[in-house]
Ligand binder design. Structure first.
Ligand code: NAP
Length: 305
């Protein structure tokens, strides 16, 4: 069996088309969008995300600004800064880039974000709405997994669904999103670092979602034949030749590639659907961040009228 590839880009393009129309309509009503990303200190991987976010936002007509703050900023100063963004009527969405320097308490700062401008859907109010199934936004990566599952057209009713990883931005909200009635409640198991026999769970999963950040964590022989596999993991690993030696570029430096958490080449011979990495969850995550940005602008517009 060779799996169908669940590519994120075509779905992302469709979502972006809808987002673009909404942005144009909001602009006509005198409600332009401005997304403000807060970066505390230096972080090379955040730089890459900021660049991607800026490009994607501007393509759809969302203004994007980066607010760079020094790494020594105090908790109180950062809270005051976030509150100033909350008050600024021109700013319609706020992103707080993670990780924050270790002397700052991220959760206490996230709570200070206006839930109406919380485009990453991390504020407890927006997380809480997911439990009741009345959320208009969700954490983009968890939402991306849902969109990919929906795109298979498969009935999820009662399906054995295993999520590996229980982070606050992926595994936990995803488990709640999938329990919403629109998905006919698959039966969900959430695994984590303390799970005693991970393979026992993955081998019986009809739907498997892996969001850990460990390359090759899930081997092909730990999968159920015909499973739907969504690989959220992003790992930068050296390219190796057939003898396991690092492949070097023309300047003699090791070459790197991006892989997921699942042993992709062998896994695709066993499962029915699988996401590639890169090109699966990633492009959809960005599209859903922008959809959330529009939804947040609509919340603010409604709260003004
Ligand atoms: P995270 O906060 O580090 O969470 C990783 C989770 O994996 C934790 O719940 C951890 O459990 C669990 N875990 C670690 N080792 C495990 C093991 N051996 N067996 C079972 N569970 C294990 O990471 P995250 O932010 O959720 O991201 C996860 C991965 O997704 C990363 O590779 C990240 O780069 C990627 N990601 C991709 C996108 C995208 O757009 N494609 C977006 C976000 C994240 P404990 O907490 O109990 O240790």
């Amino acid at each position: 069996m060779s799996a169908k590839l669940l590519e994120g880009r075509p779905l992302a393009e469709k979502i972006k088309e809808g987002v673009k129309k909404d942005i144009e309509a909001l602009k006509k009503e005198g409600f332009p969008l401005l997304l403000s990303a807060v970066q505390v200190g230096e972080n090379p991987s955040s730089r890459v995300y900021l660049k991607q976010q800026k490009k994607a936002s501007q393509e759809l007509g969302i203004d994007y600004q980066i607010k760079e703050l020094p790494s020594q900023i105090t908790q109180e100063e950062l809270v005051n800064f976030i509150e100033s963004l909350n008050q600024d009527k021109k700013i319609t969405g706020i992103i707080l880039q993670m990780p924050l320097p270790s002397h700052l308490n991220a959760r206490q700062i996230q709570v200070k974000l206006s839930p109406l401008k919380d485009v990453e859907s991390i504020h407890p109010l927006n997380m809480g709405r997911i439990i009741y199934g009345d959320n208009k936004i969700s954490p983009p990566t968890a939402g991306a997994v849902v969109e990919l599952l929906k795109s298979t057209g498969q009935d999820l009713k009662g399906k054995e669904t295993v999520i590996v990883g229980h982070s606050e931005i992926v595994g936990k909200p995803l488990s709640l999103l999938l329990l919403q009635s629109q998905f006919s409640s698959p039966t969900i198991t959430v695994c984590h670092i303390a799970t005693q026999d991970l393979t026992f769970h993955t081998r019986r999963a009809e739907i498997l979602i892996v969001a850990v950040g460990k390359p090759q964590l899930i081997k092909a022989d730990s999968l159920k034949e015909g499973a739907i596999v969504i690989d959220v993991g992003i790992n930068r690993v050296p390219v190796l030749d057939e003898e396991g030696r690092p492949v070097l570029d023309e300047k003699g430096r090791p070459k790197f590639q991006i892989v997921g958490d699942v042993e992709f080449e062998k896994a695709k011979e066993i499962c029915s659907y699988i996401t590639p990495v890169p090109g699966g969850v990633g492009p959809l995550t960005t599209a859903l961040l922008l959809r959330n940005t529009v939804e947040c602008a609509k919340f603010q517009k409604t709260s003004l009228t």
